[in-house]
Design a protein around this ligand. Sequence first.
Ligand code: H2U
Ligand code: ZN
Length: 348
Amino acid sequence: MEQFEFTEHSHRRYNPLNGDWVLVSPHRTKRPWQGKVEKPAIEERPQYDEKCYLCPGNERAGGHKNPDYKDVFVFQNDFSALMPDIPEGNYTKGELYKAESERGFCKVICFSPRHDLTIPEMEVSNIRKVVDLWCDEYKEIGSLDYINHVQIFENKGDIMGCSNPHPHGQIWGQYSVPVEPAKESKMQKAYFEKHGKTLLEDYVVEELKSGERVLVENEHFVALIPFWATWPFEAMIVSKRAVSNITQLSDDEKTALADVYKKLTVMYDNLFEVSFPYSAGMHQAPTDGEEHPEWHLHMHFYPPLLRSATVKKFMVGYEMMANAQRDITAEQAAQRLRDLPTTHYKTK
Ligand code: H2U
Ligand code: ZN
């Protein structure tokens, strides 16, 4: 029998960060594609849009007016999914019914006053202001006694459910540690107890050694396609030094994070020469007042696009019923992104 090859044969890969598996079917990349491939027209947006609820000076839902902000701006979400002032309570009925009240709150953050920009088109010095705001918010929200988890995230592109092209993200703080970070918490804790080092500290060393899945790095951060990626061009940004949360980053490290965030998203935009949609978010230690040496700060990027600006990967069927599946391997995806020009296509 021939030898097993990652590039030829179906296989399963393990995600040590959350314990999940992904099915990889590299031979399927050879199958013919007869679906539609279309390139959308380059979208031209004005620097200021009077109808945008995030632009400076404009009115939002509920009558709040945005200030004439000059760099970043944060406000309480007018349609928050979590509320601070709700009564404590729970419901149980036998073993099968369980519910409990959940306190928290939601904020929206504008990355720039410019309606027409996105992270890959912003200056690193301005992205750094976003990083600083994340840091302030993590500290402030996390210090509330009823907040044990702070989730910073960004939906980009309408196919990711983003409601507005104005560059923005969200922050939700809440009492419970939600499902995804809770899985990572458990896995990182077990690893740390066994090795006295964080899981991602060891992982980053290995990835930098092989370089196969590395997209870009600077002195303090690396962007890579994780070995266990599920979305076609899924990526992670990981700090080289083991820090459990954003407040522990040095000044240089915060700038390095902004730099890698830009470089990764420029690659993304250049892949199909379109503003590349994704959901991204930062995972870091719970804010429960405990030390969390097992936690290693990182960002996940989950982009849905597969073959072109319009052909997206759906996590349906087998993915819903069994586990995630991909065709193009993590290594092939990394190679494709690395081969792209490093300047944004719009500046050509
Ligand atoms: P998304 O584009 O990622 O969905 O985030 C936009 C958020 O902005 C969304 O959660 C809020 C929505 O509730 N929002 C306001 O807080 N005020 C508004 O005037 C419109 C939208
Ligand atoms: Zn706007």
